[in-house]
Design a protein. Sequence first.
Length: 135
Amino acid sequence: MYHFYVSSIKKSFVIAVFATLCIFSAEAGSGMPGAIEGIASWYSEFSPGIRPTTANMEIFNHDEMTCAIWDFPFDSWLEVTNLRNGKKVLVRVNDRGPAKRLCREGRVIDLTMAAFDKIADLDEGLIDVKVRVVR
Protein backbone atom coordinates (compact mmCIF):
# COMPACT_ATOMS: atom_id res chain seq x y z
CA MET A 1 0.00 0.00 0.00
CA TYR A 2 2.84 2.41 0.84
CA HIS A 3 4.40 1.70 -2.57
CA PHE A 4 1.13 2.59 -4.34
CA TYR A 5 0.88 5.91 -2.42
CA VAL A 6 4.45 6.92 -3.29
CA SER A 7 3.93 5.95 -6.93
CA SER A 8 0.80 8.10 -7.23
CA ILE A 9 2.63 11.08 -5.69
CA LYS A 10 5.52 10.60 -8.14
CA LYS A 11 3.07 10.41 -11.05
CA SER A 12 1.29 13.59 -9.93
CA PHE A 13 4.61 15.38 -9.56
CA VAL A 14 5.82 14.25 -12.98
CA ILE A 15 2.53 15.31 -14.60
CA ALA A 16 2.69 18.75 -12.93
CA VAL A 17 6.30 19.30 -14.03
CA PHE A 18 5.53 18.16 -17.57
CA ALA A 19 2.49 20.46 -17.81
CA THR A 20 4.52 23.43 -16.55
CA LEU A 21 7.30 22.77 -19.05
CA CYS A 22 4.79 22.49 -21.89
CA ILE A 23 3.22 25.84 -21.00
CA PHE A 24 6.57 27.64 -20.79
CA SER A 25 7.92 26.09 -23.97
CA ALA A 26 4.73 27.01 -25.86
CA GLU A 27 5.10 30.63 -24.77
CA ALA A 28 8.80 30.68 -25.61
CA GLY A 29 8.19 29.03 -28.98
CA SER A 30 5.44 31.38 -30.06
CA GLY A 31 8.00 33.59 -31.75
CA MET A 32 6.34 36.72 -30.37
CA PRO A 33 7.96 38.85 -27.70
CA GLY A 34 5.84 39.70 -24.66
CA ALA A 35 6.62 43.41 -24.81
CA ILE A 36 9.16 45.64 -26.47
CA GLU A 37 10.19 49.22 -25.86
CA GLY A 38 11.54 51.71 -28.35
CA ILE A 39 10.60 54.65 -30.50
CA ALA A 40 7.31 55.06 -32.37
CA SER A 41 6.82 57.24 -35.41
CA TRP A 42 3.77 57.87 -37.56
CA TYR A 43 3.01 57.76 -41.25
CA SER A 44 0.16 58.89 -43.45
CA GLU A 45 -1.07 58.69 -47.01
CA PHE A 46 0.87 61.90 -47.64
CA SER A 47 4.24 60.60 -46.38
CA PRO A 48 6.89 60.26 -49.09
CA GLY A 49 7.18 56.76 -50.54
CA ILE A 50 3.97 55.39 -49.00
CA ARG A 51 2.32 52.86 -51.25
CA PRO A 52 -1.45 52.58 -51.69
CA THR A 53 -1.45 49.10 -50.16
CA THR A 54 0.08 47.70 -46.98
CA ALA A 55 2.37 44.69 -46.79
CA ASN A 56 -0.63 42.38 -46.32
CA MET A 57 -2.26 43.95 -49.41
CA GLU A 58 -4.93 46.03 -47.64
CA ILE A 59 -5.64 49.53 -48.90
CA PHE A 60 -3.62 51.87 -46.67
CA ASN A 61 -5.78 54.25 -44.64
CA HIS A 62 -4.09 56.59 -42.20
CA ASP A 63 -7.41 57.08 -40.35
CA GLU A 64 -7.48 53.45 -39.15
CA MET A 65 -5.95 52.11 -35.94
CA THR A 66 -3.22 50.07 -37.63
CA CYS A 67 0.56 49.90 -37.59
CA ALA A 68 3.71 48.68 -39.26
CA ILE A 69 6.02 46.49 -37.19
CA TRP A 70 8.46 43.64 -37.86
CA ASP A 71 8.14 41.68 -34.63
CA PHE A 72 4.50 40.54 -34.71
CA PRO A 73 2.38 38.63 -37.26
CA PHE A 74 -0.26 40.33 -39.37
CA ASP A 75 -3.62 40.80 -37.62
CA SER A 76 -2.04 40.81 -34.15
CA TRP A 77 -3.60 43.38 -31.85
CA LEU A 78 -1.08 45.48 -29.96
CA GLU A 79 -1.37 47.89 -27.09
CA VAL A 80 0.99 50.82 -27.57
CA THR A 81 1.69 52.95 -24.51
CA ASN A 82 3.28 56.39 -24.65
CA LEU A 83 5.88 56.15 -21.87
CA ARG A 84 5.83 59.89 -21.21
CA ASN A 85 2.10 60.41 -20.62
CA GLY A 86 0.74 56.86 -20.11
CA LYS A 87 -1.80 57.16 -22.94
CA LYS A 88 -2.58 53.89 -24.77
CA VAL A 89 -3.97 52.89 -28.13
CA LEU A 90 -4.92 49.50 -29.60
CA VAL A 91 -3.70 48.88 -33.12
CA ARG A 92 -3.79 45.99 -35.58
CA VAL A 93 -0.69 44.92 -37.48
CA ASN A 94 -1.24 45.18 -41.22
CA ASP A 95 2.10 46.45 -42.47
CA ARG A 96 5.86 45.96 -42.08
CA GLY A 97 8.21 48.63 -40.88
CA PRO A 98 9.79 50.86 -39.77
CA ALA A 99 12.43 50.89 -42.50
CA LYS A 100 15.36 48.67 -41.46
CA ARG A 101 17.76 51.63 -41.29
CA LEU A 102 15.40 53.33 -38.81
CA CYS A 103 15.22 50.21 -36.65
CA ARG A 104 18.95 50.57 -36.05
CA GLU A 105 18.14 53.97 -34.56
CA GLY A 106 15.68 52.44 -32.08
CA ARG A 107 12.39 52.69 -33.93
CA VAL A 108 10.18 49.69 -33.27
CA ILE A 109 6.80 50.68 -34.70
CA ASP A 110 5.17 53.01 -37.21
CA LEU A 111 1.64 54.01 -36.23
CA THR A 112 -0.91 55.43 -38.59
CA MET A 113 -1.49 59.14 -38.20
CA ALA A 114 -4.80 58.51 -36.39
CA ALA A 115 -3.31 56.00 -33.95
CA PHE A 116 -0.33 58.22 -33.10
CA ASP A 117 -2.67 61.17 -32.58
CA LYS A 118 -4.52 59.20 -29.85
CA ILE A 119 -1.41 59.03 -27.65
CA ALA A 120 0.69 62.06 -28.64
CA ASP A 121 0.68 65.32 -30.56
CA LEU A 122 1.57 64.73 -34.20
CA ASP A 123 4.13 67.54 -33.96
CA GLU A 124 6.21 65.37 -31.61
CA GLY A 125 6.95 63.02 -34.50
CA LEU A 126 8.80 60.45 -32.39
CA ILE A 127 7.85 59.14 -28.95
CA ASP A 128 9.11 56.48 -26.55
CA VAL A 129 6.64 53.61 -26.32
CA LYS A 130 6.04 50.18 -24.90
CA VAL A 131 4.39 47.71 -27.27
CA ARG A 132 2.71 44.53 -26.07
CA VAL A 133 0.57 41.96 -27.80
CA VAL A 134 -3.00 41.69 -26.52
CA ARG A 135 -4.42 39.23 -29.06
